[in-house]
Design a protein around this ligand. Structure first.
Ligand SMILES: Cc1cc2nc3c(=O)[nH]c(=O)nc-3n(C[C@H](O)[C@H](O)[C@H](O)COP(=O)(O)OP(=O)(O)OC[C@H]3O[C@@H](n4cnc5c(N)ncnc54)[C@H](O)[C@@H]3O)c2cc1C
Length: 443
């Protein structure tokens, strides 16, 4: 049952939302909502892993790898904060019960992905996101101060004079306004707006449409990452990712003549452009990926999820090439925040893929996003607790009726269509070329 008011509302139960919830002092009551089931977040899908600074000698190289991938458009302070916080965050994850793969000596088994100059990515086989998210969720469920509500869609925020005072939700067709001292938007990216995306279909960038409507500043909303390798399929729906760590472990890309045509470990945008060009030259909708150098047992041990999925789709990774094609994957831009998750609206915070603090610049370095989500969600909570204590906000004086009126959304499908139009227009305004090449123009 959703009450009328909370200290903090967190929209989204991905890595960012869950970590934020766990960092809030148990004396505050918290509502967490999600549009779908608790588990169905993009965080759950993450395969490759999560980056960690190896030691002091790795700092300059990690910093440079992140900057180079981001075409040096990154916010340097954000990059520094993320890298410097990484060891502490990993320690906390382990305390929450997260298990990372180890080698025979009991040390972490690091892997590597595109544009990393060394092995610094922790993983749990090829289901790192599931391991992290499920352990965080298990801990959240133990907290008496946190209410979880599934199939509950935020359709708007309660706002007056650029101050956020809660949200409006649609739950099982019923609309309700819920007041809060602080709201955190952790609704992920916008892959659901694209016909071909690795994201869950319900991750449709709702926070961005709400931000546009309320004049909350967005940043780099056109900085959208296309992942070079998703399993080619003629079926509609979510595209299955073939993690970059497969290439990190030596898989090669081949054209129709079975020849290599690109260095597979270049940044994602560069590899994507090379694949696109090759597909045009070959007159095909895909190129091939070969992992044939790796023994079958090793493939099954290291990439059980990818191996199984490909098998279900009729491809045996250990015996044949698989067809791969680029698809929308990640949003580097989003709602503009500082390095504490503060947006341009008072009492409104953003974290995870929804937020843009500039850490990724123009292109994200692989396996930096789970880390970024956790680092900045935690930092936002520090500020939120401090503000709640200092400000003594009294929600009792707030008259919900004044916010409702037109905000009631009884047709979620129509609401979604309008949102899609508004977000795609924003992208078009920033980058017509990207829009023409990748956005679905039917809506
Ligand atoms: C297939 C795949 C593989 C990936 N692999 C990696 C990897 O190996 N390493 C890495 O670092 N990153 C990886 N990423 C990226 C990373 O998983 C995400 O960027 C990150 O987890 C985002 O977390 P989040 O908490 O911000 O959002 P999400 O995990 O996407 O969660 C968003 C939440 O918001 C909810 N929501 C959305 N809209 C609403 C609304 N209107 N009302 C209520 N709830 C709403 C959703 O239901 C969901 O609970 C991968 C992504 C994908 C898709």
């Amino acid at each position: 049952m959703i009450k009328d008011e909370y200290d903090v509302i967190i929209v989204g139960t991905g890595a960012a939302g869950l970590f934020a919830a766990l960092k809030i002092d148990e004396k505050y009551n918290v509502l967490m909502i999600t549009k779908d089931t608790l588990e169905n977040s993009d965080s759950y899908l993450a395969q490759g892993g999560i980056c960690m600074l190896l030691d002091e000698t790795d700092y300059d190289s990690y910093f440079e790898d992140t900057m180079r991938a981001g075409r040096y458009e990154n916010n340097k302070e954000s990059v520094k904060v993320m890298i410097r916080s990484s060891q502490e965050i990993i320690k906390e994850l382990i305390e929450y019960g997260v298990d990372f793969d180890k080698n025979e000596n009991g040390d972490f088994s690091f892997t590597r992905e595109g544009a990393h100059s060394t092995y610094r990515i922790l993983h749990h086989k090829d289901v790192t996101g599931r391991e992290i998210t499920s352990k965080l969720l298990a801990n959240v469920k133990k907290r008496d101060n946190i209410t979880l509500s599934e199939f509950t869609t935020m359709t708007d925020i309660l706002e007056k004079d650029n101050i956020c005072q809660g949200i409006i939700v649609n739950h099982k067709g019923q609309t309700k306004a819920v007041k809060a001292k602080k709201v955190i938007l952790a609704t992920g990216g916008l892959g659901g707006l694209f016909e071909n995306s690795t994201n869950f279909r319900h991750i449709t960038g709702d926070s961005f449409a709400i931000a546009i409507k309320h004049g909350i500043e967005l940043e780099n909303i056109n900085y959208i990452q296309i992942h070079p390798t998703t399993l080619y399929s003629k079926k509609s729906g979510r595209r299955f990712l073939i993690s970059e760590s497969v290439r990190g472990e030596g898989a090669v890309l081949l054209n129709s003549k079975e020849e290599r045509f690109v260095d597979e470990l270049l940044p994602r945008d560069v590899v994507t452009a090379a694949i696109k060009k090759q597909m045009e030259e070959d007159g095909k909708d895909y190129v091939y990926l070969s992992l044939l150098h790796m023994p079958r047992e090793e493939i099954i041990y290291r990439f059980p999820n990818i191996y199984e999925h490909c098998l279900k789709e009729g491809f045996d990774l250990s015996e044949e090439y698989i067809p791969v094609t680029p698809a929308q994957h990640y949003l580097m831009g989003g709602i503009k925040t500082d390095t504490y998750g503060r947006t341009t609206m008072k009492n409104l915070f953003a974290a995870g893929e929804t937020a843009c603090n500039g850490v990724h610049g123009a292109n994200r370095l692989a396996s930096n996003s789970l880390l970024e989500s956790l680092v900045y969600a935690k930092r936002a909570i520090g500020v939120i607790e401090d503000e709640i204590q200092r400000e003594n906000i009294d929600l009792g004086n707030l008259h919900i009726e004044s916010f409702m009126g037109n905000e009631i959304v009884d047709r979620l499908d129509q609401w979604f269509k309008n949102n899609k139009k508004s977000i795609l227009n924003e992208i078009k305004g920033k980058d017509v070329q990207f829009y023409d090449q990748w956005c679905d123009h039917e809506n």
